[in-house]
Design a protein around this ligand. Structure first.
Ligand SMILES: O=C(O)COP(=O)(O)O
Length: 214
């Protein structure tokens, strides 16, 4: 294998989670008498963590105080409903197992709240990941390189031996900012043209292609 460590984004890369994100945002918007958002809008709003998701979803003119209340309610609701409609992308679990059997260390790095990432990791990934990390209050979220570099340090793996795999411009930029190689997957929340326009150079169109690339 080319790399010793493969770090994966979660939403849109390992898990098809869009419908639960969409449904949860809308439950809270509705409770506050705000207009609901379409699935396509939520697809575009996801990627920079839950604070940004809510900032983008509330109507213009919403006060910062209300936005914070909506965010807190959303986080609590979504944590309970993060696995109602979500599923792992077909074939991804087998790919992860092959990588692990070939000696590649695996980690998750997401901008989702950390407790939700830990929960989904327990549900789906059978202990395959050394680290399953979401956003932590003391660490800057992606595309800042901090959280990715922290994982490298914890696992004692160099940048040269690491690849970051994700489905969004945020993920491409995270890898670039950290100085590690990146693979953009095209089955997630952003299309290939968009990813290419945002600097992605290596693509996986089907999850089995990751085996050759990693
Ligand atoms: O919560 C988000 O905005 C995105 O989550 P991700 O980093 O797993 O894609």
């Amino acid at each position: 294998m080319r790399y010793k460590l493969a770090v994966f984004d979660l939403d849109g890369t390992l898990l098809d989670s869009l419908k639960d994100l969409w449904a949860s945002v809308n439950v809270i918007l509705k409770a506050h008498n705000h207009p609901e958002r379409s699935l396509e809008e939520i697809r575009q709003f996801v990627g920079n963590g839950s604070v940004k998701l809510i900032e983008r979803a509330v109507p213009a003119g919403t006060s910062k105080e209300e936005e914070k209340i909506i965010h807190d309610e959303y986080k609590e609701y979504y944590d309970k409903h993060c696995n109602d409609l979500t599923k792992a992308y077909d074939g991804i679990l087998d790919v992860l197992k092959v990588l692990k059997n070939n000696g590649v260390k695996l980690a998750i790095l997401s901008n989702k709240p950390n407790f939700t990432v830990e929960k989904l990791n327990d549900i789906y990934f059978e202990g395959l990941f050394e680290i399953a990390r979401g956003s932590l209050p003391e660490v800057a979220v992606k595309p800042a390189p901090d959280s990715l570099l922290r994982i490298l340090e914890e696992l004692q793996i160099s940048k040269e031996d690491t690849v970051y795999i994700g489905d969004s411009d945020v993920d491409v930029n995270t890898a670039k900012n950290a100085g590690v190689d990146e693979i953009a997957v095209t089955w997630g929340f952003r299309d290939k043209d968009f990813l290419e326009a945002n600097g992605a150079t290596t693509f996986a169109n089907k999850c089995e292609e990751l085996l050759d690339l990693i």
